[in-house]
Design a protein around this ligand. Structure first.
Ligand code: XUL
Ligand code: CO
Length: 441
């Protein structure tokens, strides 16, 4: 069995090190310094950067207008188990060279699906045995596992929301196998992204039954995993559309409501993806804040969309100022509960060199690191927090404080307002807040 070092796919590329912002070495971090302490934790601990198997090891660049453009040297074997082992070798070589600690997968990113459920299960189990050894040899861990219940044509009408019980059961079986794999690999979390859990037309859809079925299904999956000793967090990953027109887990607020409606709020949190937030017409930081307010900020899928088009382009993060706003929410809410920052992002179709995959992840990590440093400087050194506190200071004293403690009635507000007269006009000072972020960047 090939373990680390027996075979090299990314030849000529060594370990990526932190060299600081004056380095011109494209194969070095400029801001991500894994052991640097920021706000009481190392960057490594804050972020728990993870590599997404599906993009980085499997995504060859196909789009609706043409096939893939990238020929990966780990994807040549015809035997599915050999191909899975080659892919695992490449994955662990890449993750180790990046100096990251985590990876994430869908079941059939690891190994191709077989002709039957039993054959698929056997393949996943064999690959898991191999991955266990790769994990032990490298120290790399599994941030989360998930099941791909959206690509196979059997799921064209949904998985847990499918109108045909036979498909719902088939999805259940697949998710049981993916949970077993995640648990066997010591996965810290498990993700549900409902790729086809939604609908295209209400005319042929019983929305209430479909949503109730998803609620029942998630409870079954949670109960099974807990019965097998899984102690990690389950994440729902909201996305408003694509592939379906209306997805049930539209955004953070919608998903939190569903989790509460089906009694799942103690076991589930959210995995917030940047490009999913913007597809829902929200900012990334808005979605993080909504999740944090509910105590459900679990994990991040890091990427970005494109301002000029409206689909899930999954580009690597590179917008420092937007990410800095997100890192303000991240730091103020105490970071992520259970999860980490998974690069759910792909190099462009015409980025065909293997080294491009390194440039992409280096840039993504540096963007988050630089943004974290900015947010921390804003919180520690600037007047930002005191300006914000001041904006709400009327709730910290007098009648405002009584209101905030739930001690007033509507009649009390009536009496107070009658005596108080017309409220003073108070500026929101948005430009000043924006200038502070700019100044500390
Ligand atoms: C799809 C997406 C998925 C999930 C996992 O837009 O983000 O890759 O992260 O199923
Ligand atoms: Co994602």
């Amino acid at each position: 069995m090939a373990l680390l070092g027996d075979k090299e796919f990314f030849k000529g590329i060594g370990e990526i090190k932190y060299e600081g912002k004056n380095s011109d070495n494209p194969m070095a971090f400029k801001f991500y310094n894994p052991d640097q302490v920021v706000a009481g934790k190392t960057m490594r601990e804050h972020f728990k950067f993870a590599v997404a198997y599906w993009h980085t090891l499997c995504g060859t660049g196909g789009d609706p207008f043409g096939p893939g453009t990238k020929v990966f040297p780990w994807s040549t074997a015809s035997d599915p188990i050999k191909a899975a082992e080659d892919k695992a070798d490449a994955a662990f070589e890449f993750i180790t060279k990046m100096g990251f600690d985590y990876y994430c997968f869908h079941d059939h990113d690891l190994v191709d699906e077989g002709a039957t459920l039993a054959e698929s299960e056997k393949r996943v189990q064999k690959t898991v045995e191999y991955l266990k050894q790769k994990q032990e040899a490298s120290g790399v861990k599994l941030l989360w596992g998930t099941a791909n219940c959206f690509s196979n044509p059997r799921y064209m009408n949904g998985a847990a929301s499918n109108p045909n019980f036979d498909v719902v059961a088939r999805a259940g079986a697949q998710i049981k196998i993916a949970l077993d794999a995640t648990i066997a690999l010591g996965g810290e979390n498990y993700v549900f992204w409902g790729g086809r859990e939604g609908y295209m037309s209400l005319l042929n859809t019983d929305m209430k039954l479909e949503q109730d079925n998803i609620g029942r299904f998630l409870n079954m999956a949670k109960d099974y995993a807990r019965s097998q000793g899984f102690k990690g967090v389950f994440f729902i990953e909201p996305k408003p559309m694509e592939p379906t027109k209306h997805q049930y887990d539209f955004d953070a607020a919608t998903s939190i409501n569903s989790l509460r409606a089906y009694g799942l709020e103690n076991d589930f949190k959210l995995n917030i993806e940047v490009n999913h937030a913007t597809l829902a017409q929200h900012t990334f930081q808005h979605e993080l804040q909504v999740a944090a307010n509910a105590g459900m900020l679990g994990s991040i899928d890091a990427n970005r969309g494109d301002y000029q088009n409206g689909w899930d382009t999954d580009q690597f993060p590179n917008n420092v100022m937007e990410t800095a706003e997100a890192m303000l929410v991240f730091l103020k809410s105490g970071g992520l509960q259970g999860g980490g920052v998974n690069f759910d992002a792909k190099t462009r179709r015409n980025s065909t060199d293997l080294e491009d995959i390194f440039h992409a992840h280096i840039g993504g990590a540096d963007t988050f690191a630089r943004a974290l440093l900015i947010a921390n400087a804003v919180l520690e050194n600037s007047p930002y927090q005191s300006l914000l506190d001041n904006r709400y200071s009327s709730f910290a004293k007098g009648k405002g404080s009584e209101f905030a403690q739930g001690k007033l009635s509507l009649m009390d507000l009536y009496d107070y307002a009658g005596k108080n007269g017309e409220p003073e006009q108070i500026s929101g000072k948005q430009e000043l807040f924006e200038n502070i972020l700019n100044q500390y960047s």
